[in-house]
Design a protein around this ligand. Structure first.
Ligand SMILES: Nc1ncnc2c1ncn2[C@@H]1O[C@H](COP(=O)(O)OP(=O)(O)OP(=O)(O)O)[C@@H](O)[C@H]1O
Ligand SMILES: [Mg+2]
Length: 234
């Protein structure tokens, strides 16, 4: 469960990138976040996971309010797949990157290995085991970054442009996987057809705040509405 109330995020240079943004995403709900370049999607996601400080408003994950004192708890419950996979992968091996979350929980190494292998299999990237994350292709990096988050099994999943760099087969596989996963999801993407397939609800974001929300199929095909939001209808 994710509850965001009037969230405002201001960068040190005074750019107000998120401005009184409110969203409730229930258990098992998958919410699309669409908005033009610079609308504030990435900033919102970084603030939800406590990477960026909140200027005003609040974020709750599973009923726990995001504050300094429970930052670790919030981070264990939320998994963010970064827009840039290089921000996610930081060890020299794909295995260690995916094992990082489960090891952090203190799982025994045998269970960690099981979790890593299962995640790789689900994403169809067992071939990447043993490779260095630094030497992967763009799409391989994206899939490894997704695996690093899924292996943590968080209750709220945040995806920032998950289909960027993916080929059609990997994209299709990701759609299948996301539709199987019961967690609360917030997915930011410019790939509206993808969002339509994996989200029951969509939020259009403009100038850091909610422009409108509704069923993805209703919003994304509305030429006038999408144009007003700085987007292009499909
Ligand atoms: N470190 C920063 N300092 C100041 N302003 C920033 C910083 N990072 C982003 N911004 C600004 O904040 C606003 C929101 O940026 P953000 O990256 O959240 O947009 P986005 O919706 O994710 O865009 P995109 O679709 O291009 O990924 C933009 O105006 C951007 O220029
Ligand atoms: Mg972004």
């Amino acid at each position: 469960m994710l509850n965001i109330v009037k969230l405002t995020v201001v960068y040190p240079d005074n750019t107000k990138a998120v401005d009184k943004f409110t969203l409730h995403a229930g258990k098992e709900e998958s919410v699309a976040l669409a908005g033009e370049n610079g609308a504030g999607k990435t900033t919102l996601m970084l603030a939800i996971t406590g990477v960026l400080p909140i200027a005003e408003g609040s974020v709750q994950v599973d009923g726990i309010t995001l504050e300094k004192k429970n930052l670790n708890d919030i981070r264990a419950r939320t998994g963010l797949v970064f827009q840039n996979p290089d921000d996610q992968l930081f060890t020299a091996s794909v295995y260690d990157d995916i094992a990082f979350g489960p090891r952090n929980y203190g799982l025994p190494e045998k269970q960690v290995a099981e979790r890593v292998n299962q995640t790789l299999e689900e994403l169809g990237i067992t071939r990447l085991l043993g490779r260095s994350a630094l030497k992967l292709s763009g799409g391989e990096k994206r899939l490894a970054a997704i695996a690093a988050v899924l292996s943590m099994n968080p209750s709220v999943l945040l995806f920032d442009e998950p289909t960027a760099f993916l080929d059609l087969k990997a994209r299709r596989n990701l759609i299948r996987l996301l539709n199987k996963m019961p967690q609360t999801k917030l997915i930011a993407s410019h790939d509206l057809l993808f969002l339509e397939e994996v989200c029951g609800r969509a939020v259009l974001m403009k100038n850091g705040t909610v422009f409108t929300e509704g069923a993805p199929a209703d919003l994304f095909h509305d030429k006038k509405l999408m144009e007003d939001c700085g987007l292009e209808a499909i």
